[in-house]
Design a binder for this molecule. Structure first.
Ligand code: M6R
Length: 616
């Protein structure tokens, strides 16, 4: 949700800022803009649409050379995606330029106050008020931008990352953070600010985490952090443990294709070091105390979108292994319904980005209720793990495509490890049972590899179905969240009506959607592992076929029982039932990616979406 970059140093700021924005464009691509200071003047260029539009503008209307600059790529909240609503926003006297990620909730009141003072507001955004407020505060703050920023921040409500420059302080970039992400990149004679380390990892791997309600002041040689009251605080340093190349396409046409292909490696990395040679789980890194794990009486998963689907898959496994009830809650709903959560609950927040505002707010609510909290997260140093009592990182590597793929598989792996650990600590599984499941998990990278080797049929089918108006997905047991995930991928990438249903639920209403030729993709349970479910799903297939559906079955190798009932069968390797989501999801990812490509869509940056949703 909006990408932010700031730079001060010895190099040309514009080049560094635009390159950083390119790496952050996945966060929002409704408009882009930059500002630099040169010869005591601010220069701003901004343009609606993707970053490429801004780059074209910069080609025809170049900016002056400068070693201080800021840049922004926007996911629109207040005001449409137009040139005038694009950031940076500038004060009336052209002193201050500001970029912003988040929502300033009291902006209406602040706008009225400014309008009453005779300020002309040039955009419909909440951000613009900050530019004017900063300009008004500067005289009260001895013309010191950091102090003006602290004064303004104390007046703001909501979630915000702000970065500002002032033409009279050309060697300073000031950032502020409440709820929305902001990291500092510490270089040699140069420093960076960004919403995500991806923007500066090509220049430095030394990063600083900023905490809640903090202001950071960058010059080329210094980084100073205070709270909003001006008291010095120490920011936590960390080392980025991946290379810039990990956030590049690496020869693939699309980030999504690369990330789908990386799944065997990502799954293997997420297991590495967490299983001992004698077949036990060790999660010492999380600091989860065994006494706490023994004392809890339920598990609550909070997450959104794909991460929530991973939680739904994990529910089947964790309940089976631990006999603890597991509730999976959509984070955006959680705190608004007086949920039953307290000191006896282990709350697991699942998030790829670690910045999803709905999940963060649900996590904070759970903490106020005394729950013990654990983050399953892919982004080291992000807010959700930082605010959780314990964290288990997935090692998927940077996920750039908006549609989540490798994050999903690794979230399932991490949640399974937590489930197995609970079972180990609470003694609800025998040692040899634990060893058996761990061996199954360790087998998964090669099984996912097998699926990736045989996707041609899926891609052909996707091209064939590109003109469908609706696709339904059915599953039972762990196949149900897989069906939901398949439908979500298709909706977000192909902009088609797609819905996932529990196969048995269809007859209670949704079956009315079936008409001649409607594609129905069915995740078929293992014929050997769950013959009971397999047979029930065959009955459900017959129900939809009788009404004209075109059935595409995702079924395990050797399941010949399915052949007479499906128009098309996509084969997946034989794996135990609880492992099936790890292989059955992959063809659905490939299907959505190929179908969206056939429709000519921008797969990595689908319309209306952003990778990291940092507003509620
Ligand atoms: O970063 P998070 O895992 O917290 O993100 C949660 C959802 O916004 C995310 O999974 C979203 O649903 C994906 N775009 C789906 O592909």
């Amino acid at each position: 949700m909006c990408g932010i970059v700031g730079y001060v140093g010895q190099q040309q700021a514009l080049e560094i800022v635009v390159a950083g924005l390119r790496r952050l464009e996945y966060r929002g691509y409704d408009s882009a803009g930059v500002a630099v200071i040169s010869d005591g003047e601010l220069s701003v260029r901004k343009k609606a649409g993707k970053l490429a539009n801004l780059e074209t503008l910069l080609g025809s209307d170049p900016m002056p050379q400068s070693t201080t600059g800021i840049g922004h790529t926007r996911w629109a909240t207040h005001g449409g995606p137009t040139d005038s609503n694009a950031h940076p926003h500038v004060s009336e006297d052209s002193t201050v330029a500001v970029i912003h990620n988040g929502i300033i909730e009291n902006f209406a009141e602040l706008r009225s106050e400014l309008a009453a003072a005779g300020v002309h507001l040039a955009s419909e955004t909440d951000t613009e008020v900050v530019a004017h407020l900063l300009a008004h505060e500067l005289p009260n703050a001895d013309d010191d931008l950091p102090e003006a920023m602290r004064r303004v921040c104390r007046r703001l409500e909501g979630a915000f990352t702000l970065v500002a420059i002032d033409r009279s302080q050309p060697d300073v970039v000031v950032g502020a953070r409440r709820n929305s992400p902001l990291v500092v990149g510490v270089g040699d004679g140069e420093n960076f600010l960004a919403s995500d380390v991806a923007a500066f990892v090509a220049h430095t791997k030394q990063a600083l985490e900023l905490g809640q309600d903090q202001v950071v002041v960058l010059t080329a040689d210094s980084v100073t952090v205070t709270d909003f009251a001006g008291e010095p605080v120490e920011a936590k340093p960390y080392l980025v443990d991946w290379d810039a190349s990990a956030a590049e396409k690496g020869g693939y046409d699309l980030f999504m294709l690369k990330e789908i292909a990386e799944q065997p490696r990502a799954v293997a990395d997420s297991l590495r070091g967490r299983i001992t040679k004698d077949g036990r789980i060790q999660l010492d890194e999380t600091n989860l105390e065994e006494a706490t794990l023994r004392s809890i009486n339920k598990v609550v998963v909070i997450a959104c979108g794909t991460a929530a689907h991973a939680g739904m898959v994990a529910k089947y496994a964790i309940e089976h292994w631990t006999r603890l009830p597991v509730e999976v809650e959509l984070a955006s709903e959680f705190r608004y319904r007086d949920p039953i959560v307290g000191p006896d609950s282990l709350v697991i927040a699942i998030s790829q980005s670690g910045e999803t505002m709905d999940t963060l707010m649900a996590l904070r609510y759970a903490k106020t209720q005394g729950a013990r909290t654990l983050a399953i997260c892919n982004t080291v140093g992000s807010t959700i793990p930082r605010e959780s009592d314990a964290v288990l990182y997935t090692y998927a590597g940077p996920e750039i495509a908006v549609a989540s793929t490798k994050a999903f598989l690794t979230q399932i792996i991490a949640a399974y490890l937590v489930g197995m650990y609970l079972a180990q600590v609470r003694g609800t599984m025998f040692e040899d049972e634990i060893r058996r499941v761990l061996l199954q998990l360790e087998d998964m990278p090669s099984k996912v590899d097998l699926v990736l080797d045989t996707t041609e049929g899926v891609r052909e089918l996707a091209r064939d179905l590109a003109n469908s108006t609706s696709v339904l997905f059915l599953g039972r047991h762990v196949g149900y969240p897989v069906a939901l995930e398949g439908a979500l991928k298709l909706k977000e990438l192909a902009y088609m009506h797609a819905e996932g249903f529990p196969a048995g639920e269809l007859k209670h209403g949704p079956i009315a959607l079936i008409e001649d030729g409607v594609p129905v993709i069915v995740v078929v349970p293992s014929a050997t592992g769950r013959a009971d479910l397999h047979d029930k799903v065959i009955s459900n297939i017959q129900e939809v076929r009788a009404r004209g559906a075109r059935v595409i079955a995702i079924a395990e190798e050797g399941d010949e029982g399915i052949t007479p009932f499906a128009d098309h069968v996509i084969r997946i390797p034989v794996v135990p039932t609880l492992m099936q989501p790890l292989v059955a999801t992959v063809p659905l990812q490939v299907f959505a990616c190929e179908l969206a490509t056939a429709k000519g869509h921008d797969v990595d940056q689908p319309r209306n979406l952003a990778k990291s949703v940092t507003v509620e």
